[in-house]
Design a protein. Structure first.
Length: 84
């Protein structure tokens, strides 16, 4: 298995974690606005399609992680075939 390929996949997974952390922060801010009864912030969030943005980003992260997993499986299979 080439180290460069694995490093690239590690970076892709780290980026996915970073993106999930940002999404989580966004959700926490909405939760805080709700607790403070900040209707203006909540209305802005809803009118600006905040829920759809979160959903789209989570879906994108899922797709990226699945792609990385598939590619790592391919790399592992190649290594296994080369070892035979």
């Amino acid at each position: 298995m080439e180290i460069k390929q694995v490093d690239k996949k590690i970076n892709q997974l780290a980026n996915a974690v970073d993106q999930l952390n940002l999404i989580n922060r966004y959700i926490e801010c909405v939760q805080m606005a709700k607790q403070r009864k900040d209707e203006l912030s909540l209305q802005y969030f809803l009118k600006s399609n905040g829920l759809r943005d979160i959903s789209d980003n989570v879906e994108g992260v899922k797709e990226n992680v699945q792609e990385v997993a598939d590619e790592l499986c391919d790399i592992a299979e190649e290594e296994e075939d080369n070892a035979k």
